[in-house]
Design a protein around this ligand. Sequence first.
Ligand SMILES: Cc1cc2nc3c(=O)[nH]c(=O)nc-3n(C[C@H](O)[C@H](O)[C@H](O)COP(=O)(O)O)c2cc1C
Length: 266
Amino acid sequence: MTENFTDSVFNLFTRHVSVRSFDSQKRLPKDTVNILMKAAQRASTSSNFQSWSAIIVENKSNKKQLAQYCANQKFIDEAPLFIIFCADASRHKWLTKERNFKFNSNYLDLLLVSAIDSALACQNALIMAESMGLGCCMVGSIRNKAKEVSEFLKLPKMSFATVGLAVGYPSFKNKVKPRLPKEVIINYEQYSTKNKEIFIKEYDSLMSETDIYKNRRVHVPGITPQFEEDVNHYGWIEHTARRMAKGNEMRSQLARFLEKQGFSLK
Ligand SMILES: Cc1cc2nc3c(=O)[nH]c(=O)nc-3n(C[C@H](O)[C@H](O)[C@H](O)COP(=O)(O)O)c2cc1C
């Protein structure tokens, strides 16, 4: 473990893969939760607001229930530790009132600030865990049933679960997933779309040659062919386009829930 702790951060980043298969028998090193939370709390945070909270879930039946809320993703159940990161402005609302001020910060930016804070904390925890030889997978489907999750975790108003983090010893690891060529993502001085299509297509070919989409083709009802007939070229472009076309009905309800939780989307 000491060796992994001294591994360079850059090496950790280049080796990162999301892990969705855990050895549920292998216990986590002592103090894992404390170490991950220490790392998470050291993340940069907008205005030092620290507008996030974490819920540590290790209890089997709680994990099982949460896995069900998260699109029944089995690995959540399997992982010995599931941490739910929440955007949380409840403390800020409370302390403003406590000091007899009117709370004048409830606009969309507060939601973004607290959601970004929670994501940064989650990423710090993930890197920390990977440096300890553990594997992780972030879980955005914690937002699929935002209301149920919120009630289950007893989240106060002005908070909501943004992302989960399943943590454990990997029992299987995927190959490192290629990323888009830097030319697509990185711009200098100003945004440019020059040659982006060429580089996106290059990535598309690269991804179609991997087995990443094997048995994972997205079906858009009434539009894409049935599974057996779905044999044409399928790469990152088609996969992403189909996901965009399909959307996620549950997530499309999130705005209404957030307003009920007290956040303003204006
Ligand atoms: C905010 C966020 C939410 C995610 N949610 C899920 C999820 O619910 N289920 C899952 O299997 N992977 C989830 N992932 C993992 C991504 O699918 C994964 O990071 C991406 O495909 C790149 O693969 P890699 O992490 O192995 O490089 C999520 C990642 C992020 C950043």
